[in-house]
Design a protein around this ligand. Structure first.
Ligand SMILES: Cc1ncc(COP(=O)(O)O)c(C=O)c1O
Length: 430
């Protein structure tokens, strides 16, 4: 399949903005939807709209079938061991909050610690801050260096201190969870999450991976990765918006209390007590976002098409071109650098922190918002500002960046247009 054929699946990419061809480079915020996803959403809304699980009638059965097919599609897409481990949520944020609340309620107490990466999206930082405030636990940071790479020796120290240190009131201090991002939405580097998981598990600590960007650019196999939780949004991987998945190992989900409560997540309810449904329903209170979730099979099928070697090669060329073109400009500071880490088994250094289609940068003497606004008028959609990840932006001593983020439907021609327009924008603004 060619990039053009893949691109043709997405009707919005044919539209014009301000009379110019749209060049959509804000894919890390949300990806566009293929016709198959739009059709599925519309067909189900038109023909099978009913409340899932609730009723015996035909429409409800069709809606429920579509919802459960989506669960199987999500299970297969990340190679989870069973459908019970796939919890539907409204997005990655809701998935992480579910763990922060439910895992927190079951396992986190005053004196415990939670470790989070310095480069996290607010969705994988603030829920842990709030958990610590609720429980009296404390947050520890896995720092990044100026290339955007994790300082794994600090992680080792934190895990070791967790084993031997003293927490509040003299109780033994324990690291209860490590929460890190697979790919930062700012730096765009594929983090060595497997290494974090290996080190954490060796200390008996479970790991949550924020996969909002990872699910888009990597082949995620949660069993091979051995993460305890993996959270992602559907809308970044071609599905309808308001959709997400929390993958959790059954051994944890079974021990965690529900997050939200209400209809369909219960077993028996009396006026003073309720017991709960089994997995995954225990974590799915209320009416699910059925017509949107039901677009998962088509969305993941689209994601699999993008793995066609021709498309993957074309994508790599566009990435390499942008990396080179941005670095070639003396006035651009591009954040995040590909690098290496020491292999756990041999100690030899191996490649890591590959850039996955996300380019965040600043330009000397021009404001990021101005650049984004001028580009917009040229038909180019990029993101600018703090990108819901203020600490990582501040790490680099700036108050905002411009971000161009790619999807496999972006062509070399678009990348060249972007670089030319960036040049024009900077000349206009200086
Ligand atoms: C790394 C990362 N984590 C979490 C999120 C939150 O995703 P959502 O807003 O879809 O819940 C995002 C969204 O940009 C992200 O990039």
């Amino acid at each position: 399949m060619t990039t053009q054929e893949f691109r043709d699946l997405f009707p919005i990419l044919k539209r014009k903005v301000y009379g110019k061809d749209l060049v959509y480079l804000d894919n890390a915020a949300t990806s566009q939807r293929p016709q198959s996803v739009l059709d599925k959403f519309l067909r189900l809304s038109r023909e099978s709209n009913a409340n899932i699980y609730r009723a015996v009638h035909k429409l409800s059965a069709e809606a429920t079938d579509a919802y459960e097919q989506a669960r199987e599609a999500a299970r297969a897409f990340i190679n989870a061991g069973s459908r019970e481990e796939i919890i539907f949520t409204s997005g990655c944020t809701a998935a992480i909050n579910t763990v922060a609340y439910s895992f927190g309620q079951a396992f986190v107490q005053a004196g415990d610690t939670i470790v989070v990466g310095e480069g996290e999206h607010h969705s994988n930082l603030v829920p842990w801050q709030l958990l610590c405030e609720r429980t009296g636990a404390s947050l520890r940071i896995l720092p990044i260096d100026d290339k955007g790479h994790w300082d794994l020796s600090t992680l080792k120290e934190l895990l070791l201190a967790g084993k031997s240190g003293e927490g509040a009131a003299g109780a033994p201090q324990r690291v209860k969870l490590v929460a890190v991002t697979h790919i930062s939405n700012v730096l765009g580097l594929v983090n060595p999450v497997e290494e974090v998981i290996r080190l954490s598990h060796a200390a008996g600590v479970p790991v949550l991976v924020d996969g909002a960007q990872g699910i888009v650019h990597e082949r995620v196999d949660v069993q091979a990765m051995d993460c305890d939780f993996y959270a992602f949004s559907g809308h970044k991987v071609y599905a309808a918006t308001g959709t997400g998945v929390l993958y959790g190992k059954k051994q944890w989900l079974e021990q965690m209390p529900p997050f939200l409560s209400g209809g369909e997540m219960v077993g028996t309810v009396t006026l003073d007590h309720a017991d709960f449904a089994g997995l995954p329903h225990k974590f799915e209170a209320g009416t699910g976002n059925f017509a949107s979730i039901a677009t998962f099979p088509e969305a993941f099928e689209t994601a699999l098409m993008a793995r066609d070697p021709d498309i993957a090669d074309a994508c790599e060329s566009v990435c390499a071109y942008l990396e080179e073109a941005l670095r070639a400009r003396g006035d651009v500071r591009l954040y995040g650098e590909p690098g290496t880490i020491a292999d756990a088994a041999t100690g030899a250094s191996r490649p890591a922190y590959r850039r996955a289609g996300v380019f965040s940068f600043t330009i000397d003497g021009v404001h990021h918002e101005d650049v984004a606004q001028v580009l917009d008028k040229m038909g180019i959609a990029v993101r600018s500002g703090l990108m819901c990840a203020e600490p990582v932006i501040r790490h680099f001593g700036v108050n905002g960046m411009v971000r161009a983020s790619l999807a496999p439907y972006n062509t070399m021609e678009e990348a060249e247009t972007f670089i030319k327009c960036l040049d024009k924008a900077v000349n206009l603004l200086r």
